[in-house]
Design a protein around this ligand. Structure first.
Ligand SMILES: [Zn+2]
Length: 163
């Protein structure tokens, strides 16, 4: 490669770059759309659509909802059993009925609401989602899920509220 091929060798260019270092950095061009943001928007749209279906079609009356494979196979309730029916009741403002169907789902909703809100805010600010949980909270959540799953299937009178 010869010196003529390198524009930086031009003394005028060197002087301009020394006076304004930012001139060396090419301007940053924002992409027309962000794939991550588009995906998040699609997830939000799907969620809103699913909530609309849940509002108008009670899972206790309509059979097109997915059935719990664990319940079908064992006859035991998994930690998520009753969540769709609880969600339908919540959308109609029946918190007590929702709690009876799946108390853990109802109690954990504020957390999922906070998580969803954070994802929406990140999407609107064109940032990658920064949702992260410390291992301690992940393990605690897993333990609560396991205890709830076992407790709601035990034939113990004082655990009846978990069913
Ligand atoms: Zn289930």
């Amino acid at each position: 490669m010869t010196e003529d091929a390198q524009p930086a060798a031009d003394p005028r260019t060197q002087m301009m770059n020394a006076a304004n270092p930012a001139a060396r950095v090419p301007p940053r061009i924002e992409p027309a759309f962000n794939v991550g943001s588009l995906l998040n928007l699609m997830i939000i749209a799907a969620l809103v659509g699913a909530l609309a279906v849940l509002f108008w079609f009670n899972p206790a009356q309509f059979g097109f909802y997915p059935r719990c494979a664990f319940y079908e196979a064992t006859g035991l309730q998994c930690p998520g059993c009753g969540s769709l029916r609880a969600c339908h009741q919540l959308l109609h403002g029946h918190v007590g009925a929702a709690f009876q169907l799946n108390p853990l789902f109802v109690v954990s909703l504020p957390f999922f609401g906070w998580l969803g809100l954070r994802i929406i805010v990140d999407t609107l600010q064109h940032r990658p989602s920064s949702v992260g949980l410390r291992p301690f909270w992940l393990w605690t959540g897993l333990a609560v899920l396991l205890l709830f799953g076992v407790g709601r299937n035990l034939p113990v009178h004082w655990l009846g509220w978990l069913h």
